[in-house]
Design a protein around this ligand. Structure first.
Ligand code: IPE
Ligand code: IPE
Ligand code: MG
Length: 255
């Protein structure tokens, strides 16, 4: 006799039901340029204030016990911006690592970097490696920094790595499963984001975590990133907590 499906198979995991806090919040930090424009300031000022907002959000994330925060810092498409803006964003990353790494480390935060590091200049690559290396044994929140990151690029690199293993006889065709693909992504070992927040009123992913977002909840707000503060994050989390996640199944409420 075949077993009939167990009701519990269709029930979301305990932490992911209604009223629960997200373990992993991913942030598309958008609107720095418009924030600056509204004030008659250069776009770089928007990015500078955006970094202040990021510091507040990291501290708050640690305080409220988030397990993972992922930040979209620079996309694989952001190279198409004017060279002066690209170089400002690179210098901001440098400043962030140089000035904030020790505080982050002291807060027991672990840093993971996702994105294509090969495409970055050696100095930046070394800083990112240093940040990961210094914090790798930390057991508190994980801060995932998406830098030179794009989902399509990430998935293509994962596919290439599996294809290489197959061509060289280490794996068989049947070994190419969703789990195997997830295991080759930059985010291997990191749980999928429960909540993805995008600021500034835009409602798109812009090539961010497309594989990992399969069952994420989305939250959009009009606030420009430099104005995003602790209360704004709390609002996003409260909204998440009021939702019901089903993961394709049915819950007691709708049965
Ligand atoms: C987000 O703000 C920061 C990065 C993409 C690095 P933007 O620079 O995209 O700001 P807007 O969208 O032009 O206002
Ligand atoms: C997404 O914002 C990338 C980051 C926040 C780093 P963009 O401002 O680059 O996205 P689009 O171009 O508006 O889609
Ligand atoms: Mg933008």
């Amino acid at each position: 006799m075949t077993a009939s499906p167990d009701r519990t198979d269709m029930t979301p995991p305990a932490r992911e039901g209604q009223g629960c806090a997200p373990r992993h919040v991913a942030l598309i930090m958008d609107g720095n340029g418009r924030w600056a424009k509204e004030r008659g300031l250069p776009r770089s000022e928007g990015h500078r204030h955006g970094l202040d907002a990021l510091r507040r959000i990291i501290r708050h994330g640690v305080r409220i016990g988030l397990e993972y925060i992922t930040i979209y810092s620079f996309s694989s498409e952001n190279w198409s911006r004017p060279a002066s803006e690209v170089s400002f964003l690179m210098s901001l990353l440098r400043r962030f690592v140089q000035r904030d790494l020790s505080e982050i480390h002291q807060a027991n935060v672990r840093i993971r970097v996702i994105g294509d590091r090969q495409g970055l200049e050696p100095g930046i690559r070394a800083l990112l490696n240093e940040a990961e290396e210094l914090t790798k044994a930390n057991s508190g929140m994980t801060l995932v920094v998406a830098f030179n990151y794009g989902s399509r690029d990430e998935i293509a690199r994962a596919a290439r790595s599996l294809a290489k293993d197959m061509a060289e006889g280490r794996i068989a065709l049947e070994d190419i499963t969703p789990d195997a693909i997830a295991g080759r992504l930059d985010t291997a070992g990191i749980p999928d984001p429960d909540l993805i927040v995008r600021t500034s009123g835009e409602m798109r992913l812009s090539n961010f975590l497309m594989w990992q977002a399969a069952y994420s909840e989305f939250y959009f707000c009009d606030t420009y990133w430099p104005d995003f503060d602790e209360a704004a994050l709390d609002r996003a989390i409260a909204d998440f907590s009021s939702r019901e996640r089903r993961f394709g199944g049915v819950t007691a409420k709708v049965l």
